[in-house]
Design a protein around this ligand. Structure first.
Ligand code: C5P
Length: 214
């Protein structure tokens, strides 16, 4: 049986952690599609190239190899911010979506997480989750993570960044962040990661059961 799971949601919603836990639980390959946009942004930043030159960004996108995406090297705030700028360019999205769809075509299925997986990349996925939380809760989680790593940061700055990123991701004309019509909405504002994991598993197990009945 092939199990394809699409997970979307805003920055710091916990969708990445959830996707990794689900991938381990269901033994599925996982792609964090945010890394593909981050890799394009990093390539441009490293080469001191502008982020709004579509031709340059498309060549960077075509050169991305999914096998070599390095999460740690792409994790900085600056790269995340730059990623959301290159993500507004339709030709960049086209090039990356093609690679993401190729990845999803695995015999067992796959889990992809991002902003447009359920709406654009895999509209036929049998399971779609939209993971969200209030901007304040997301800012607090990110603040706690940075403090735990020994970093220094101001909560209000993080909240402002989250709001800016949400606005850019939700307002762009190509593939804006929004739940697919048939997505299961998971608001984790008052949930632990374990509770979110259990809720997601319940949704997925029902989908698996329904597939087996067909
Ligand atoms: O999820 P992450 O913070 O790594 O994503 C970085 C940026 O990449 C997002 O803010 C968004 O603009 C863009 N992105 C996207 N579509 C995806 C995944 C990420 O536009 N499927």
């Amino acid at each position: 049986m092939t199990l394809t799971i699409a997970i979307d949601g805003p920055a710091a919603s916990g969708k990445g952690t959830l996707a990794r836990k689900l991938a381990a639980h269901y033994h599925l390959a996982h792609l964090d599609t945010g890394l593909t946009y981050r890799a394009v942004a990093k390539a441009l930043l490293d080469a001191s190239q502008p982020l709004d030159d579509e031709d340059l960004a498309v060549s960077a996108a075509k050169g991305i190899r999914l096998e070599t995406l390095d999460r740690a090297a792409l994790a900085t705030h600056e790269i995340g911010e730059a990623a959301s700028r290159v993500a507004v360019l339709p030709a960049v999205r086209l090039a990356l979506v093609e690679k993401q769809r190729d990845f999803a075509r695995q015999p067992q299925g796959a889990i992809l997480d991002g902003r447009d997986i359920g709406t654009v990349v895999l509209p036929d996925a049998p399971v779609k989750l939209y993971v969200t939380a209030t901007p304040q809760v997301r800012a607090q989680r990110r603040f706690d993570e940075i403090l735990a790593r020994g970093g220094a940061v101001v909560y209000d700055d993080i909240l402002a960044d989250i709001r800016t990123r949400d606005a850019r991701d939700m307002a762009r004309s190509d593939s804006p962040l929004k739940p697919a019509q048939d997505a299961y909405l998971l608001d984790t504002s008052e949930m632990t990661i374990e509770a979110a994991f259990a809720a997601a598993r319940a949704v997925i197990d029902i989908a698996i059961h329904d597939c087996k009945q067909d």
